[in-house]
Design a protein around this ligand. Structure first.
Ligand code: F0G
Length: 460
């Protein structure tokens, strides 16, 4: 039986959300070309599109918003924020950016030259995009277990360290300006990376003289999984685990919209002063003066406070259990879910739900559309709509192995009753799956088509 532990907070401020009728939602869905990105958020009841920037801030953070120092240079809020990053992550040099991709843009513009290769366990879309934009080549080296939705490996985000080393030897260190690992591995299902694996990854990069950067969006959730699952970490504080991990790296990039519990913000944190000097110059050109980056003073204040709230043990126990509760409840209801559940999201296995719909007719999108139509729930398709690509010579479509629907969970936003409602609707979709129909695309762009595509249901 799935269990839900009580929240370590109570509700001080509420935001109304409204449920519409199924007929209304059918009309909105048709207007949106059956693509949930095209909906107005007001027409969504439970929004599980992303966990990024959608969390609820605490009273302490809102109080910090009022105390934000909006000075252009040397604001007090910057020093609060810098102190928090130094204390939790141990990096001396801290550069705020408007969000994670701002940090990617600044770092890669300085470090990546055309034709160079940047390995990772799995790059997130924007990381990949920012490397490609510099003419670089992002490569993924996650362990094979990551590709099997039924494999319950406890650290499915781990790097295949042997494959990484072989790749470095084959590619040549002169072609690898930096190496990365992403914690947790978002594109691989929010799966954690073990401390041992991060240590081995750092050791390989450093043996070849390659600077090592961590994509740290969900580092606190990752540290909590380490504490729960990895031998020798049970008695360590989350802050201690975080310090140990970051001590292995030369720097990190962070979208603070995840584990720093803010609605906007990010940063780059570095060990090397010379690199920081170059970053500061680039930052001034692209984001803002180095003590505010792309942010207001109030955002820096909220981020400083959020970083500490994000590593609080009681919060993380609630957070990870909240996600697990949704996954376990779905399994109990007979809805197939990728195992084990990650930190920030639950992934429905649409191949098992809508196996009768061929990849060319977007089975995971059919499940997304049904969740919205039947219950006002918005998830995101991670399947043939997002990942299918054409063979460069034959033009034939190549479809991904997995057809998933990501239900990402905003932090501190939805209650147990909301999650139970999601389970009820997902079960209804599952029980009536024979009625699900495929879609054909009526409009698409050449790149990132899933954001703006329009579809039409295939009748019959
Ligand atoms: N790296 C990872 C691992 C991410 O998950 C994200 C964002 C970014 C970098 C970019 O950060 O959005 O602040 O610019 N992930 C969001 C998501 C958008 O829905 O998974 P950003």
């Amino acid at each position: 039986m799935a269990t839900f532990s009580p929240e370590p907070f109570r509700i001080k401020s509420i935001e109304p959300i409204a449920q519409s009728s199924a007929a209304d939602r059918e009309a909105r869905l048709a207007e949106a070309g059956y693509n949930l990105f095209n909906l107005r958020a007001e027409d969504v009841y439970i929004d599980l599109l992303t966990d990024s920037g959608t969390g609820a801030m605490s009273a302490n953070q809102w109080a910090g918003i009022m105390l934000g120092d909006e000075s252009y240079a040397g604001a007090r809020s910057f020093f609060h924020f810098q102190d928090a990053v130094r204390d939790i992550m141990g990096f001396e040099w801290v550069a705020p950016t408007h969000q994670g991709r701002g940090a990617e843009n600044v770092l890669f513009s300085l470090m990546v030259k055309s034709g160079q290769v940047i390995p990772n366990n799995t790059h997130f879309d924007t990381t990949m995009g920012n490397i490609l934009a510099r003419g670089g080549n992002p490569t993924n080296h996650v362990i094979a277990e990551a590709h099997d939705p039924t494999n319950a490996h406890p650290f499915k985000g781990n790097m295949d360290v042997a494959a990484l080393e072989a790749f470095i030897q084959k590619t040549g260190v002169e072609n690898i300006p930096l190496g990365m690992t992403t914690i947790t591995n978002n594109s691989g299902g929010g799966q954690p990376v073990s401390a041992e694996n991060i240590r081995q990854t750092a050791e390989v990069y450093h043996r070849y003289g390659i600077p090592f950067f961590i994509d740290a969006c969900r580092f606190a959730e990752n540290a909590y999984f380490i504490k729960q699952r990895e031998a020798g970490y049970q008695d360590k504080a989350i802050r201690e685990i975080a310090r140990e991990i970051f001590a292995l790296a030369d720097g990190c990039l962070m979208s603070a919209k995840k584990d720093a519990l803010v609605n906007i913000g990010g940063f780059l944190a570095l060990r090397d002063e010379a690199l920081y000097r170059r970053v500061a110059q680039e930052l001034t050109l692209r984001e803002g003066f180095p003590t505010y980056g792309g942010l207001a003073g109030r955002d820096l204040e909220a981020m400083a406070r959020g970083l500490y709230e994000g590593i609080a043990e009681s919060y993380l126990a609630y957070r990870i259990n909240h996600t697990r509760y949704l996954a376990d409840s779905l399994v109990e209801a007979g809805v197939p879910v990728m195992q084990p559940p990650g930190g920030h999201a639950v992934y429905l296995d649409a191949k098992q739900i809508a196996g009768h719909i061929p990849a060319a007719q977007f089975p995971a999108q059919a499940v997304c559309a049904a969740l919205y139509q039947q219950g006002g729930i918005r998830g995101v398709e991670l399947g043939s709509m997002m990942f299918a690509h054409q063979h460069p010579e034959t033009g034939a479509w190549i479809y991904p192995d997995l057809e998933l629907v990501r239900l990402a969970i905003p932090r501190r936003v939805y209650t147990q009753a909301h999650l139970d409602y999601v389970v009820k609707i997902a079960k209804q979709v599952m029980d009536n799956r024979a009625q699900l129909r495929g879609y054909r695309m009526t409009y698409q762009t050449k790149f990132l088509r899933h954001f703006t595509a329009r579809l039409a249901p295939i009748e019959g």
